[in-house]
Write a protein that binds this ligand. Structure first.
Ligand SMILES: [Mn+2]
Length: 478
């Protein structure tokens, strides 16, 4: 493709020449002068002439498929050049904004007068890669620091939360990789191991060993790291921790030598992908498969809280992973047992204003409740799900939404933090309330009434303190 460019700055000319040359035939229209000679000596193809005159463009053989680039540095108005290009029949025209003037305003100005012209800002074009590169060096420095701190330890424990999920296990494998350790020198452990079907299948297919940890066995390790969880989770059991890497909101009240907590990330594996890339460690197919599966499952395949970085990590890991293996692991999510609870919720649940609520009764494991909450979120027209069930005499309430509405974590905290534990993200949250405390606060409700009550709570929450309509004065709520 042929490209004609008009620039005033030598630096911009040389840069464009370097960027475009392999794929494009680039020529610069320059007025006669010392710059012409310098560029010619440097091997840049130059056409001399006044770019504000139509005949210059005609002589340069401008056609409808020639790409035209015009620099706008705010000093010289390029409008006359644009008119000349238009008169000569140019249609593929780009204005390249360089300089501190507001590019958005400038782009709008050009668009009004020359609707076919695309305005590109130099800062936007180069900003992305530059920022990525700089934040990578920040991450690199951080990783090198903790790596050094861990280097003289004989045995490292990488601690996961109870019932480790794909993100926890994948992050464990990834951190072991970052630390350049083996399964003998970096042990992945949890106090309560894996029982849910999809997690068991992952453990078997990827041959992951999660060591059973007891309060006594903690002493056997020289360093302790935590991934996908923070020390407060263990209720005072682990007070000394060397490294925390997590994407859950940061919790107060613990000390860690190093931490990397990014609550806006969709998974801990996304953070660890960045750590691995920053220090340029080889990622094995097994680890890449685990991490890719983790990102998919923690973001519900990008259906909830997802960030540009999650997509980036996903596309980086994709070619390194075994896609067939991931399909096998995903198949394990649907079991007859779980469908049983989906049916219970279907029969007993209520749907109102795009919110699905249900009480599914006693449940042998917590994951039946979260599975049902995730399942109904896939339904057309459902934006929120609130599912409750009883596990070991506690009411477990699982809340999901599509991520762009009000905060699910705030909902559970507002209604249940005073009588149990409650917390979570914008898009997913959980509350665990002892049945006795629930009855004391809300009365002795029959099963179906619990679902109805939850539906009322969530409506109160969603209706309440909505931003006031613009044309009315804000109403103060008691
Ligand atoms: Mn996670």
């Amino acid at each position: 493709m042929r490209c004609l460019a008009v620039c005033q700055d030598e630096l911009v000319i040389r840069m464009l020449d370097e960027i475009l040359l392999p794929g494009f035939e680039v020529e610069f229209i320059v007025e006669k002068g010392p710059l012409t000679r310098r560029l010619q000596e440097a091997g840049v193809t130059v056409i001399t002439g006044d770019p504000r005159r139509t005949e210059t463009w005609v002589k340069a053989d401008l056609g409808p498929s020639t790409c035209v680039i015009i620099e706008d540095n705010g000093r010289r108005n390029p409008k006359r050049i644009l008119e000349a290009v238009r008169d000569a029949g140019g249609t593929l025209v780009y204005v390249l904004g360089i300089g501190a003037t507001s590019t958005e305003k400038r782009a709008a100005e050009f668009h009004d007068e020359f609707p076919d012209v695309s305005y590109l800002s130099m800062a936007e074009l180069f900003g992305g890669p530059l920022l990525t590169e700089f934040s990578r060096s920040l991450t690199r420095a951080r990783v090198q620091q903790y790596h050094r701190y861990f280097s003289d330890a004989e045995r490292v424990l990488i601690m996961l939360h109870n019932e480790p999920d794909p993100d926890a296990m994948a992050s464990g494998l990834a951190l072991r990789n970052v630390l350049r350790r083996t399964k003998a020198t970096a042990i992945i452990g949890a106090i309560q191991g894996v029982t849910r079907p999809e997690n068991v299948r992952m453990v078997n297919l990827l041959d992951i060993h999660v060591e059973q940890i007891t309060p006594e066995s903690l002493k056997e390790y020289d360093r302790i790291a935590m991934v996908d969880v923070q020390p407060h989770y263990f209720g005072g059991l682990i007070d000394r921790v060397d490294l925390v890497i997590d994407h859950h909101p940061e919790q107060p009240g613990y000390a860690a030598v190093f931490k990397d907590i990014r609550p806006d990330y969709g998974s801990t594996s996304t953070i660890l992908t960045e750590h691995l890339r920053a220090v340029d460690v080889n990622i094995s197919e097994r680890t890449a498969t685990a991490m890719l599966y983790a990102i998919k499952s923690d973001t519900l395949f990008f259906n909830r809280q997802t960030n540009r970085v999650d997509l980036e990590a996903f596309s980086y890991l994709y070619p390194l992973a075994d896609a067939a293996m991931i399909r096998k692991m995903e198949g394990a999510e649907i079991t007859l047992e779980r469908l049983d609870y989906v049916m219970k919720a279907y029969r007993g649940g209520t749907m109102a204003d795009q919110v699905f609520c249900a009480f599914i009764g006693p449940s042998p494991r917590e994951d039946f409740i979260t599975y049902v909450a995730d399942f109904f979120l896939q339904l057309e027209d459902v934006k929120w799900t609130v599912i409750a069930g009883i596990v070991n005499d506690a009411l477990v309430i699982s809340v999901r939404n599509l991520g762009y509405t009000k905060n699910a974590g705030e909902f559970v905290r507002r209604f249940f933090a005073d009588i149990g534990s409650a917390g979570g993200h914008r898009a997913m949250a959980k509350a665990v309330v002892p049945m006795r405390a629930f009855r004391e606060k809300f009365g002795d409700l029959a099963g179906e009434d619990i679902g109805v009550r939850l539906q009322a709570f969530i409506h109160e929450f969603l209706q309440h303190d909505q931003p006031a309509p613009k044309h009315e004065a804000p109403v103060l709520k008691p």
